[in-house]
Design a protein around this ligand. Structure first.
Ligand code: NDP
Length: 497
């Protein structure tokens, strides 16, 4: 919303410039309807209990660096308690319950999430820094959709695996990252519960709050105690879950680096595992593409959630004949992106999730400049407090540059050109990762011809970053193994005979 020039102190603090005779007027989402406790304990066996060590750590709002709450730091003894509760609930209740009844609980959780969607969206944006437009319109609706989708499967597993006897795996240890906190929890919990497993879930250190709100919701839904246990903590808490002898399956989403450590720990054990790791997605623009739409697609591919997206289209490949036009239009579009308060409904680019992540992004931008890339950043100003990074792109990027090889996990795009489809494919696949890719062209045949050659788990055509619970998601190579979502997402949680 724009209104005539009269600058309030509130407007000044947004740090946003509108270069004209109209001044930008923020439209912040109200926080009146949310309640956050000063302190959150662990959720074990249906109750909130303090960690044995009685230690807590702060969770802060990355857009203003203010403390939101503190959460318990779980250690191995707490993880052991949670696993015991999960085992007992598995043996006594959940594995014995009919699929129909399990489905009822999942439908109830899905409906409660819909009812409290605003509250979840606001807390997600406060704790993680993502724009409210995204948490409200993408994250939380998808969370509910995942629970609804897998609720539907709970009593139909015999149709999912015709002619096979289907039994749950047992206790699942689930470890999730900070970029889509509640959505990653839903991706993990919904299929595990639908198939009759019980769970110990660990949220990321910087974004535990929506998981703790989910714990409250799960209690309100009367889920039998111990079916879902949520333990907050650091990497050591995750490691304690991975190494616990009574956990039957590990589902991990996070960095390739930690994924490799987990794989080593699991080698030689009978634990099942799925690893959803990093990515460096190629987004390919052919000369026959609808350029204006492609430019929107590029923006969505890399600047959605500040680029904190494993499947982001972080490497752009443009056919040489249209490169100048695409880059010009992209730069123009970048100047219109609003960076600022994540709770403002007009914000396009929110805060970087943590100081650590911001430092990592800055280090990689620096390396791109030092290695000979030509950097361009949008002209927006940054708020004084909080962690922020301007939308950034690099032209003159070369295959050997770190910014082309390494996952930046921030709003930073590299641009390279190509002449032929074969060259585009060669460059697109020249990466240790294999999670996502995209292609923009007017020709359906070209889409089919090129996408089959792309070594990536998810490939979008004339769109990017679209998600659906019915669709499997996962990677090749260093992007991990196993699939989540859709029918495929049931398989890691069942034994088939
Ligand atoms: P990390 O791998 O650092 O952390 C992921 C989770 O693992 C966190 O909960 C973390 O705890 C925990 N953890 C850290 N060390 C260990 C350990 N040794 N053993 C067990 N658990 C551990 O990733 P980030 O949180 O930094 O997330 C960003 C990464 O996740 C990116 O590389 C991104 O590509 C990837 N990702 C992949 C997705 C996919 O589906 N393929 C989706 C989303 C993200 P703590 O927070 O306390 O450190």
């Amino acid at each position: 919303m724009l209104k005539e020039k009269s600058i309030s102190s509130e407007q000044k603090t947004t740090g946003l410039d509108f270069d004209g005779s109209w001044e930008y007027s923020p439209a912040p989402e109200s926080t009146d309807h949310i309640t956050l406790k000063e302190r959150y304990d662990l959720f074990i066996n249906g109750e909130f209990v303090p960690a044995e060590s009685n230690r807590y750590f702060d969770t802060i709002n990355p857009s203003n660096e203010q403390k939101l709450s503190e959460v318990a730091l779980a250690e191995a003894t707490d993880v052991d308690k949670a696993v015991k509760a999960a085992r007992s609930a598995y043996n006594k209740v959940w594995s014995k319950m009919s699929g129909r009844d399990r489905g009822k609980y999942l439908f109830r959780i899905a409906r409660l999430i819909q009812e409290r969607a605003r509250e979840f969206a606001v807390i997600e944006s406060m704790d993680g820094g993502k724009p409210i437009r995204e948490s409200r319109d993408v994250d939380i609706p998808l969370v509910a959709a995942h629970f609804f989708y897998y609720a539907g499967w709970a009593d139909k597993l015999r149709f999912a695996f015709p002619g096979r006897s289907v039994t749950p795996v047992g206790v699942a240890g689930q470890i999730i990252p900070w970029n889509f906190p509640l959505l990653m929890a839903a991706w993990k919990l919904a299929p595990a519960l639908a198939t009759g497993n019980t769970v110990v879930l660990k949220p990321a250190e910087t974004t535990p709050l929506t998981a703790m709100k989910l714990a409250e919701l799960i209690r309100d839904a009367d889920l039998p105690p111990g079916v879902v246990n949520i333990v907050t903590g650091a990497g050591t808490t995750g490691a304690a879950i991975v190494n616990h002898p009574d956990v039957d399956k590990i589902a991990f989403t996070g960095s390739t680096e930690v994924g490799k450590i987990i794989m080593k720990s699991l080698a030689g054990t009978e634990k099942k595992y799925t690893l959803e790791l990093g990515g460096k997605g190629a987004n390919i623009i052919m000369e026959d593409a609808a350029i204006d739409q492609a430019v929107e697609g590029i923006v969505n591919a890399i600047f959605f959630n500040q680029g904190h997206v494993c499947c982001a289209g972080s490497r752009l490949f443009v056919q040489e004949s249209v490169a100048e036009e695409v880059i010009r239009k992209l730069k123009e579009r970048m100047t219109t992106l609003r960076l600022g308060d994540p709770l403002d409904k007009n914000t396009d680019i929110g805060a970087i999730n943590s100081r650590m992540q911001l430092d990592k992004i800055h280090e990689l931008i620096e390396s791109g400049i030092n290695e000979g890339g030509s950097v361009y950043q949008s002209s927006c100003s940054l708020p004084e407090k909080g962690y922020w990074c301007k939308p950034t792109l690099f032209t003159e990027a070369a295959q050997s540059h770190r910014i082309v090889q390494e996952e930046i996990f921030g709003p930073v795009l590299t641009i390279q050109t190509f002449r032929t489809p074969a060259e585009a494919m060669e460059k697109a696949n020249n990466t240790p990762y294999g999670l996502s890719g995209g292609i923009w062209t007017d020709k359906g045949a070209k889409i089919f011809k090129m996408t089959v050659k792309m070594r990536a788990g998810v490939v979008w055509a004339n769109t990017f970053n679209k998600f659906d619970p019915t669709s499997p998601f996962g990677g090749y190579k260093e992007s991990g193994m196993g699939r989540e979502g859709g029918l495929h997402g049931l398989k890691p949680y069942v034994e088939l005979n």
